[in-house]
Design a protein around this ligand. Sequence first.
Ligand code: URA
Length: 201
Amino acid sequence: MADRRASAPPALRPLYEVPVVATDLYEAIADCPMCNLARTRTQTVPGSGPLPCDLMFIGEGPGQREDELGLPFVGRSGQFLDELLASIGRSRTDVYVTNVVKCRPPGNRDPEPNEMAACRAYLDQQLELAQPKVVATLGRFSMARWFPGERISDIHGRERAVDGVTVIPMYHPAAALRNGSLRAVMMQDFARITALLGEAS
Ligand code: URA
C-alpha cells in the first residue's frame, strides 16, 4: 500500500485511506485469486472513500491508470467524475467509489459475467459497510444489478427504491467523454442526487 501511495500525485493520497471497517475486506481483495483477471492485474482496486458513507458510486472496472495506482476513477473518466461531484458540492474524499470488478479487464474490455460473479460478494460487503442513503450506478454493468434488462437511455437520472436503498442510474462518465452532449445530461442527473440526500442545493 505504501509504495503505490508514494508514486501517486499528492492530491490523490487521501484516497488511499482504508476505512477501519474495511481493512479485512481490502486485504481479501488484494489477494483475490477468484477469476482470470488476477493473472493480468498490476494490483487490485478495491475502492476509495469513507465507510459508512451516505453516497456511493459504482462504476464498471479499473482502467489502465486505476490499475497502476490502485485507486478507482483516477483517469480521464475520474476527472469528469470529480467535476460532476464538485457541481453538487461534494468531493472524492466524502463519497465512496468502487467498481463492479476490482481488477482491470485487459485492454479495457467489458467485464465478463463470470468475473462480475466472482467479485459480487465484495460489492455486497461494500454496500453493507457503506449503508448508503443513495447509490449512483455509473454505466450499464452496475445498473444491471438493480435494473436488469433495462436501457440506460430510458432510465438514467430517475431513482428507485430497491431493497431499502435509493438507486439512481447514471451514464458512465466515459460515455460523456465520447459524446459531449451527455455532459449536460449527467450534470442534470447529478443535481438530482442533492435532492435525494435531502440537502439544499
Ligand atoms: N471506469 C470505471 O468504470 N471505473 C474506474 O475506476 C475507471 C474507469
